[in-house]
Design a binder for this molecule. Structure first.
Ligand SMILES: NC(=O)c1ccc[n+]([C@@H]2O[C@H](COP(=O)([O-])OP(=O)(O)OC[C@H]3O[C@@H](n4cnc5c(N)ncnc54)[C@H](OP(=O)(O)O)[C@@H]3O)[C@@H](O)[C@H]2O)c1
Length: 317
């Protein structure tokens, strides 16, 4: 099968198109013929082994994962032993957060893992929505009906998902984006949209239960005026000078949990939740460019710029 592979860490140019043996499903697994995947910030960070301590998990000197791609959508084409949840021919989507592998023509995943049938007749490329949404869900879970949330950087993969997941939980949501994304945030259901290019979002005279830096461009100290007394600053990134890591450790010790990097959990449960939200129309992917697998290097180069709107799709088949 055709796949994008690497045997070393580095910039997008270390990725090569290669041929690998088609994987065979083990007991309890299905094989998916992949039609679409994504190139996300998790892929670009993993390729560069950033931050460096991630190597403890991804391989000290060389990457253990040779083919990236957390999202996949395609058709089940082979069943391992003891699989009763899926049939050959099922249209499925899902996440492969531990072993990646979506940037290839075939992928084997546990049938009881992070995989679900595609709702309705959505095309494959519109269902590869998991990566950013899964990271956003860690923060969305802090919210319940009537709580107030501000999403800073609501135009990326995580930010666009965060607005929708917070709304689905009944929260009041303020989205902070640049000029070119104001209309998008309104369409996604934000109750108020603040253009960070036109006004200081920290001076909006509202207080929040959760301020979520979805794009790694602000800080707890900058956002503190927006937080209620027991409000939480949540982030997806280490923060300036690793401040988010240090502060989350400090506040963890004091028990206040005021700064958090909510790591996502339970990918299988989340994919099923996402399938339901897509069925009810409460979640829709926001898509930027689509690249063919052959242009994998260009896709990584574009994503690394940090300027995409939502999700960059990789057309595999
Ligand atoms: N914890 C993890 O393992 C993990 C996993 C994935 C991602 N991440 C991190 O999470 C962050 C978001 O990932 P993502 O994939 O959602 O990002 P993304 O899609 O690359 O975000 C790009 C968006 O951010 C906007 N943006 C850029 N600079 C901004 C600024 N100063 N203020 C507000 N918006 C700005 C851009 O639009 P404009 O420039 O037009 O505003 C663009 O729409 C990244 O920092 C990434 O490293 C962490």
């Amino acid at each position: 099968m055709k796949a994008a592979v690497t045997d070393r860490y580095g910039p997008p140019e270390v990725l090569k198109l290669g041929r690998l043996p088609r994987p065979l499903p083990e007991k309890g697994e299905v094989r998916v013929k992949i039609h679409a995947s994504t190139v996300g910030r998790t892929d670009t960070a993993t390729l560069r082994a950033h931050p460096f301590f991630a190597r403890a998990m991804t391989g000290t000197f060389r990457p253990k994962i040779k083919t990236l791609g957390m999202d996949f959508a395609g058709i089940v084409d082979l069943l391992g032993e003891d699989v009763s949840d899926f049939d050959i021919g099922d249209r499925v989507f899902g996440l492969s957060p531990d072993t990646f592998g979506g940037h290839a023509e075939y992928l084997c995943v546990p049938a009881k893992g992070a995989i679900a049938r595609i709702p309705g007749d959505l095309p494959f490329h519109q269902t590869v929505v998991g990566e950013g949404a899964w990271y956003a869900e860690g923060t969305a879970k802090l919210l319940s009906e009537g709580m107030r949330c501000l999403v800073y950087g609501a135009s990326g993969a995580i930010g666009t998902a965060a607005v929708q997941l917070a709304k689905a939980r009944g929260a009041y949501v303020v989205a902070v984006v640049g000029t070119r994304h104001v209309a998008l945030s309104k369409r996604l259901g934000a109750d108020r949209v603040v253009n960070y290019e036109a006004e200081d979002f920290t001076a909006i005279r509202e207080k929040f239960d959760v301020v979520f830096d979805a794009v790694g461009k602000t800080s707890f100290f900058h956002c503190r005026p927006l937080l209620k007394a027991d409000g939480i600053f949540a982030a997806t990134d280490l923060g300036p000078g690793w401040s988010n890591i240090l502060l989350s450790a400090w506040f963890g010790l004091t028990g206040s949990k005021r700064v958090q990097i909510p790591f996502p959990k339970d990918a299988p449960g989340f994919v099923r939740h996402l399938a339901k939200l897509m069925t009810t129309g409460q979640f829709q992917g926001v898509f930027d460019r689509r690249y063919p697998l052959d242009d994998i290097v260009e896709a990584f180069q574009y994503v690394e710029k940090g300027q995409k709107t939502g999700i960059v799709v990789l057309n595999v088949t």
